[in-house]
Design a protein. Structure first.
Length: 457
């Protein structure tokens, strides 16, 4: 009987431990809210001073403080850590602000992130400068990139799309007004197409003209045809479409110049150097050009095709150099993108401010994407595992970079969103010959839909 009672008494704690272990693996957010958060807060509050001292983040106290301590307690005066603000719990971790002591800088705290992570039992620690002398520690309780769950979508400006989740649990927003052109690299099954789907469906709900060049006979972009304002499915069509985009860009510059030539005495706010300064009723719809497998535009089989290739590359470079002010933006995708593609490749890449590098097959490909803006990120991009499609390193020419992961979105769901928002597709007169509704007429609903694997390329 006593043995039975002992087993019953032990059953409750064992069940609780087993439930915690299961929740930690299967439902990390639940585990963090119930177990991880309280324990991490307790560790942080109990060991804050000693941890900061071990990390070399303490400084000698002021003379006034030292005199006060000696006079009141007669104990040894010890170095003091940065002043800590309130601990603010989040659904994925903790946030706490630190006021740095004189002589300290954010880099000093960032250098100790790994030590702080182990001391306080969290998955990661990130440092962000709030203002001079104040930094924010963002403690992440679990691996948010293992199973991506995007926060509730808030209000975003036109051409700003929340497309992925960063490793510090913040949202990666693709903002074309800030970063007008971007290069997206990734090997087959790396998640590049998933990134493209999320981006397309995010833009589909906005009054933006979407133009596609898909030299794989349209297999990547054709499902989104109802929402596209123009689509080219091979290099010959692309050679005809790109000059029309340049023509549209020139027409928009004529519109801007006409606005600048208005009579003297016009208020300064009505004088503009780009389309966003035009009145709303005069402003043309912004255009985003998606180029899938850009290498197909560079590769030629015969010398006869070289002239056409050079013309296409020239048009792309012109759009990259001058398109932003005209409201034309580029999203260039491919598996590799370097000087070996031919004339103009390096010049075009230099105009692409944003960079997203998924898993690649060799280090040289990672260097093509990130080597000229953030050399330290090349090694991180080269070690992305194949079993985590959608994981990538995102950076820009400012030198900042970080790991992101795109949430899973099935092709059927993405195509459905594009069908539902088809009426939002602006009609750009010069692009009407390439409007894909004539190329891909509506078809009957399929009898069965097979959910594709998350590991899409």
């Amino acid at each position: 009987m006593s043995e039975l009672m002992t087993l019953v008494e032990l059953g409750g704690p064992l069940a609780a431990i087993g439930g915690a272990v299961y929740a930690r693996k299967a439902h990390p957010a639940v585990y963090w809210a119930t177990v991880g958060l309280p324990s991490s807060v307790a560790r942080l509050m109990a060991s804050y001073g000693s941890t900061m001292d071990a990390c070399g983040l303490t400084v000698a106290p002021s003379r006034l403080r030292a005199l006060a301590v000696r006079a009141s307690t007669r104990r040894e005066v010890r170095p003091v850590p940065p002043r800590r603000g309130l601990i603010r719990p989040t659904s994925t971790g903790l946030r706490v602000r630190l006021r740095l002591a004189p002589g300290q800088e954010p880099a000093d705290v960032a250098a100790s992130c790994e030590r702080l992570r182990h001391a306080w039992g969290v998955h990661a620690v990130h440092v962000r400068e709030i203002k001079p002398g104040v930094v924010e520690l963002r403690l992440v309780g679990f691996d948010v990139l293992r199973k991506v769950k995007m926060p509730r979508r808030g209000e975003h400006d036109v051409l700003a799309v929340p497309v992925a989740l960063r490793e510090d649990a913040t949202v990666f927003v693709r903002d074309y007004r800030t970063v007008p052109h971007q290069l997206v690299l990734g090997a087959t099954l790396s998640g590049k197409s998933m990134f493209l789907r999320n981006l397309l469906t995010g833009l589909a709900t906005q009054p933006v003209a979407l133009v596609g060049i898909d030299c794989k006979r349209g297999v990547e972009l054709a499902p989104f045809a109802p929402r596209l304002s123009a689509l080219a499915t091979d290099s010959s069509e692309a050679a005809e479409l790109l000059p029309l985009l340049v023509q549209e860009m020139d027409a928009r510059y004529d519109l801007i110049r006409a606005r600048q030539g208005i009579a003297p005495g016009t208020p300064d706010e009505e004088i503009t150097s780009d389309v966003w300064g035009l009145p709303a009723h005069e402003r043309p719809a912004p255009i985003v050009l998606f180029v899938d497998e850009v290498a197909e535009l560079f590769l030629v089989a015969t010398r006869k095709d070289e002239e056409r290739r050079d013309e296409m590359v020239t048009h792309l470079i012109r759009l990259a150099q001058l398109g932003r002010a005209a409201g034309i933006y580029l999203e260039i995708c491919g598996q590799r993108f370097g000087a070996e593609l031919g004339k103009g490749a390096t010049m075009l890449r230099a105009q692409l401010t944003g960079r997203v590098c998924h898993r690649v097959n060799d280090e040289a490909s990672a260097k093509m994407a990130l080597g000229d803006i953030a050399p330290e990120a090349v090694g991180v991009a080269s070690t992305i595992p194949a079993e985590r499609p959608g994981l990538a390193v995102a950076g820009d020419t400012s030198g900042g970079w970080g790991r992101i992961r795109t949430p899973y979105l099935s092709l059927a769901d993405a195509a459905a969103i594009c069908r539902e928002t088809a009426e939002l597709a602006p009609r750009v007169k010069v692009l009407e010959p390439f409007r894909p509704h004539a190329l891909f007429p509506p078809v009957a609903s399929p009898t069965a839909v097979t959910k594709p694997s998350p590991a899409t390329g």
